[in-house]
Design a protein around this ligand. Structure first.
Ligand code: TYM
Length: 358
């Protein structure tokens, strides 16, 4: 039984979302949104704002609401066309919450506890700094004031539902989300095999033939992320962005020709690869190799090239963000369209699982 899947035969379905926790940063932009933009003409694209996922970190209610509007405005400002793409807010689709409950019946606590993102968040919540695998003990143990909520644990189930409820073929995401995508495929296979159906497909990332991207932070760390506090935001003004880039961590500089590149400097090169012309990157690579590089010059150039990408988007964000009427219209229409698909899938899933009218 795959009635809902049949509907989209003419075009493959692309689905992705971003948590509403503040503003979009360059990791979100290059890891996800820039891919969304490239896909919007060719595929049946559905992009949403994951406000239920944002709840897992217990945001202030007012901030959460503001963040939903921010991300929506930023989607539009980045160039997502609401006519071409279904743009909606996750919580506007109540079918997702019900299917999350249903799918959870087929998800193991153990596999959820082993998920890297859960371990990471749980460690942060409990203030555990070591990489110890004893995290399960800490979670179940006698922590008094701190807790790790069940929503955080079942985060991958909710994400799988976001994807499966649309029978998505492609899920463009950054590298950090690939484990969640792997779990989605596992849950889909498990559901099919438990009920003896061929109902859910196995969605994959979309990388245009390359690798999934991990945009690095400016602090020398591996990943740009909100909780890492090392982000450049699309909404950053010129001065802020320049300041952040000029403060980026580097090293003492190469002392002998052709030295290996340290992580913080490799990060700057990686950012440059994303925004600068090839000749510019080659020039600095050569300067690194022959020890003539001046990181100050490199950072100035990087800031310049980043601003070329972010400033036009920033201007549009400021414009769109104040237009509540437009934002409301976009998500209303998106939710109506998304709900139609979600309702069909939920009805079929209920039927498959045996939840039927007497
Ligand atoms: P979130 O909100 O953390 O990030 C949104 C998107 O941005 C990508 N991303 C990055 N890519 C490269 N380098 C980085 N430094 C970087 N930081 C973030 C993420 O990979 C992601 O594509 N669980 C998801 C939201 C979600 C979702 C879904 C995504 C909920 N349901 C269904 C796809 C399909 C998340 O927290 O992403």
């Amino acid at each position: 039984m795959n009635m809902n899947m049949e509907k989209n035969k003419d075009k493959k379905v692309v689905l992705s979302g971003i948590r509403s926790t503040g503003n979009l940063h360059l990791g979100n932009y290059f890891g996800a949104v820039s891919k969304f933009l490239k896909l919007q003409d060719e595929y049946d694209c559905r992009y949403f704002i994951a406000d239920l996922h944002a709840l897992t970190t217990n945001p202030d209610p007012k901030m959460l609401h503001e963040s939903v509007k921010n991300i929506l405005a930023e989607y539009l400002a980045a160039g997502l066309d609401p006519e071409k793409n279904m743009l909606y807010v996750q919580s506007d689709i109540p079918e997702i919450s019900e299917m999350y409950l249903l799918l959870n019946m087929h998800v193991g606590i153990g596999e959820l506890m082993r998920t890297a993102s859960f371990k990471d968040k749980a460690r942060k919540a409990l203030g555990i700094t070591s990489d110890s695998d004893e995290i399960e003990k800490e979670i179940i143990g006698n922590q008094t004031n701190q807790r790790v909520n069940a929503g955080l644990l079942t985060y991958p189930t909710l994400m799988a539902v976001d994807i499966l409820i649309h029978h998505a073929d492609y899920v463009p995401v950054g590298k950090d989300q690939e484990q969640h995508l792997e779990l989605t495929r596992r849950f889909a296979r498990r559901f099919n095999s438990f009920y003896g159906v061929d109902y859910f497909g196995e969605p994959v990332n979309f990388n245009f033939g390359g690798e999934a991207l991990k945009v690095p932070g400016l602090d020398g760390s591996g990943k740009m992320g909100k909780s890492e506090g090392n982000c450049i935001y699309l909404i950053d003004d010129e001065k802020t962005l320049r300041k952040k880039v000029m403060r980026a961590v580097t090293d003492e500089g190469p002392k002998v020709p052709d030295s290996p590149v340290s992580q913080p400097v490799a990060n700057l090169f990686l950012l440059m690869d994303l925004v600068s012309d090839k000749e510019v990157v080659d020039h600095f690579r050569k300067a690194y190799a022959d020890c003539s590089i001046r990181y100050g010059d490199m950072k100035k150039q990087l800031a310049e090239d980043l601003l070329k990408v972010t400033l036009p988007i920033r201007e549009r964000i400021l414009d769109i963000r104040s237009n509540d009427e437009l934002l409301a219209k976009v998500v209303k229409s998106g939710a109506e369209r998304a709900r139609a698909y979600a309702a069909d899938t939920l009805r079929e899933v209920r039927e498959i699982m045996g939840i039927r009218k007497i």
